[in-house]
Design a protein. Structure first.
Length: 475
């Protein structure tokens, strides 16, 4: 049945699970994208199109928890070339300031084009006349233009959840023009920050040659494309309700007792990814203990590393490196029943995450580069008593909004040590002042406000700019 709203993302918002009776089933996925989009979908009775994981072919559309879902199939070759290859071996490191070296392989690009075309065709099949299609993230940057060629009647939005790099980095990409033209198929291209939107507009002017003015791109066919910042957020009320529930409060108390009731609990929660800065932050914490500023009797660092892209070689190497580092730190600095670092390589449901947020005195979010980082906002939302401290990388998108955090350069180990120590020693009056301000920001700018601002702006884009446009000179 044609739908007035179609969400197009690489993944469906559900994961396969084995139910209690042994039959296969589905559960809502963890993660920022699902958290952000699920309320929009429900409010608009839309359909979500994406890959459910695995290599099962020809899965039928189905409903889960009231959401209409259309699964896209992928072969093992698609997974290796499109997903693990071009998406996560080329684009991910390139868009994250070359924290790792990107690889440029033509066969990866060919697979990226092929999979994007299949997504575009399926979206076209599921969209009603004049419908709105909202395409998400770096895996699907060609879909807007492909979809417009098939269905020019559609209103198309695109949102990039990760950073968009400056021209000096983006221009390394052999297929830079094709990606820019792919995004220009959208009426509205959304980014996490103003800098990313500016990077995109400059590249369009320089590399594609279209006329631009501030955040607008004027195309020769009469369309106007707007590139703007829409900082993503969370369901802040949902996290508040969860954090104040009796089961979560009791679980938070259990966690602190299991850790030996230390004076201060430091917490990191990240996907196991080389952009997240996990190795550097654990080193910084261990040096504070080694230097005598902290003691394992008083402070413990809980690091949750959610498994991620475990078939990719760089991620396997990272896991081994962190495993060795944690073992070395605990071997050198820990005592019986008092490890310096409590390391958990696992994913947890939302309730357990809320309990961890409640149990932690100091949240440490120190990525080398991050589009937003919703973990920082989730922690703030869960601190309903205005206690707790946030140590935050200045290279996370969240730093633009959460200015009252202790901001750090994650490449500066000594600077990170100083910030961790300041947060540890901060007076309650100081942490309360900072947390109140951050909570106000997160509460007022929640996921509903984010989605509403994007959808409102998408609806307002003019169908034709009515200008006689000469392409700008390409440089």
């Amino acid at each position: 049945m044609p739908n007035n709203l179609v969400i197009v993302a690489n993944r469906l918002p559900v994961d396969r699970v084995e139910q209690a009776d042994g039959t296969p089933g589905w559960r809502l996925s963890p993660g920022g994208l699902v958290t952000a989009i699920e309320p929009v979908m429900r409010a608009n009775d839309g359909v979500w199109l994406g890959w459910p994981g695995g290599t099962d072919q020809d899965l039928e559309p189905f409903e889960h928890d009231g959401m209409s879902l259309v699964p896209m199939s992928m072969s093992q070759t698609d997974i290796e070339l499109f997903y693990e290859g071009f998406s996560n071996g080329t684009l991910w490191p390139l868009y994250h300031d070359l924290v790792a070296k990107p690889e440029f392989h033509r066969e990866w690009w060919d697979a990226y084009v092929s999979v994007n075309r299949r997504f575009a065709e399926k979206a076209a099949d599921n969209a009603a006349e004049g419908a709105t299609v909202w395409v998400h993230d770096y895996q699907l940057q060609l879909v807007p233009q492909m979809l417009r060629e098939i269905r020019p009647d559609l209103r198309i939005g695109f949102y990039l959840h990760i950073p968009f790099p400056p021209g000096e980095l983006f221009q390394q990409l052999p297929w830079r023009r094709q990606l820019l033209e792919g995004l220009l198929g959208a009426d509205l291209v959304g980014f996490q920050g103003h800098g990313a939107a500016g990077n995109f507009v400059r590249l369009v002017r320089q590399r594609v040659g279209h006329k631009t003015h501030k955040d607008l791109v004027y195309l020769p066919d009469g369309r106007t494309v707007r590139a703007a910042a829409f900082p993503i957020s969370i369901d802040s009320q949902g996290f508040e309700d969860l954090a104040t529930s009796e089961p979560v409060a009791a679980r938070a108390k259990e966690i602190r007792e299991a850790l030996g009731s230390p004076t201060k609990v430091f917490l990191g929660i990240d996907r196991l990814d080389y952009t997240k800065g996990i190795y550097a932050r654990l080193r910084a914490f261990s040096e504070l203990i080694a230097d005598g500023h902290l003691d394992v009797e008083d402070a413990v660092f809980v690091q949750v590393a959610v498994p991620s892209r475990e078939q990719v070689e760089q991620y396997r190497i990272l896991r081994d490196d962190i495993d060795r580092l944690v073992g070395r730190i605990n071997g050198d600095l820990g005592r019986i029943g008092r490890p310096a670092i409590s390391y958990l390589h696992s994913s947890y449901p939302r309730e357990e995450m809320a309990a961890l947020y409640r149990s932690a005195d100091i949240m440490v979010v120190t990525p080398y580069r991050d589009g937003m980082n919703l973990v920082a906002k989730e922690y703030v939302a869960c601190r309903t008593d205005n206690t707790g401290a946030l140590v935050l990388s200045e290279f996370a998108g969240a730093a633009e909004e959460l200015r009252q955090a202790w901001l750090v350069n994650p490449y500066d180990i000594n600077g990170m040590k100083s910030a961790l120590l300041e947060a540890y020693r901060a007076e309650p009056k100081e942490t309360t002042r900072r947390m109140k301000a951050m909570r106000r920001t997160v509460t007022q700018n929640d996921v509903a406000a984010w989605a509403d601002s994007f959808m409102t702006e998408l609806a307002d884009i003019r169908s034709s700019h009515g200008k006689a446009v000469r392409p700008a000179k390409r440089s």
